[in-house]
Design a protein around this ligand. Structure first.
Ligand code: 5GP
Length: 208
């Protein structure tokens, strides 16, 4: 049987560059599978259904929730976002390292259900840089940008629930560090409890 993959949750301030980071990580390494979320928000220019998100309406989203098809979900700035369960389970069981790019309420639901999940938080080097990146996207009104900056203040309070910070200043460095952290998680003691138990059993048998 293939060893189960690592489930990594990547959150971060809106505009921190999570999307770019994740895309580059996946393009550089073939062990990763990216979960595509469902959302009720409208597509931004250039976004494609089934690639960036599955864009669905509120009724369909709520049906998925009630039928137990979401691993987690949350409302973010007026829209639902959630992770379809089936894809994640299948990829992990096939030994693929799965990435979820989701906000913190969803991250905590995942951690509660699957404590072995690795929680990473992406931050830009400063608030000014965050604002510059949000404006640079040219996709949101100033009001929406303000909402996202306000939400970032809230998010600053929950970063301590994450396991690692990813400082996204130089993208290549950030991608390399992210990959190392995820791969190192495979050697954590908690993930290898069954192996240690097996060694102990063998030791007892050997000593007699
Ligand atoms: P955006 O509208 O900028 O694409 O995403 C807004 C926020 O929703 C981001 O913080 C993103 O990480 C989060 N998000 C995207 N997909 C999901 C999801 O499936 N579940 C949850 N809980 N958050 C998500």
């Amino acid at each position: 049987m293939k060893e189960r993959g690592v489930l990594t949750v990547i959150s971060g301030f809106s505009g921190a560059g999570k999307g770019t980071l994740v895309k580059k990580l996946i393009s550089e390494h073939d062990n990763y599978s990216l979960s595509i979320s469902m959302t009720t928000r409208s597509p931004r220019a250039g976004e494609r259904d089934g690639v960036d998100y599955f864009f669905i309406d509120r009724d369909a989203f709520e049906r998925n929730i009630s039928e137990g098809r979401m691993l987690e979900y949350a409302e973010y700035v007026g829209n639902y976002y959630g992770t379809p369960r089936e894809y994640v389970e299948k990829q992990l069981s096939e030994g693929r390292d799965v990435i979820l790019e989701i906000e913190y309420l969803g991250a905590f639901q995942v951690k509660k259900m699957l404590p072995e999940a690795l929680l990473l938080f992406v931050t830009p080097p400063s608030a000014d840089e965050l604002l510059r990146r949000l404006r640079g996207r040219n996709t949101e009104t100033e009001d929406k940008i303000r909402d996202r900056m306000k939400r970032a203040i809230e998010e600053a309070d929950i970063v301590d629930k994450y396991e690692y910070i990813l400082l996204n200043d130089d993208l290549d460095t950030c991608v390399r560090q992210t990959h190392e952290i995820i791969q190192n998680a495979k050697y954590s003691v908690s993930r290898n409890a069954a192996f240690i138990k097996e060694i102990k059993k063998e030791l007892i048998e050997t000593v007699g």
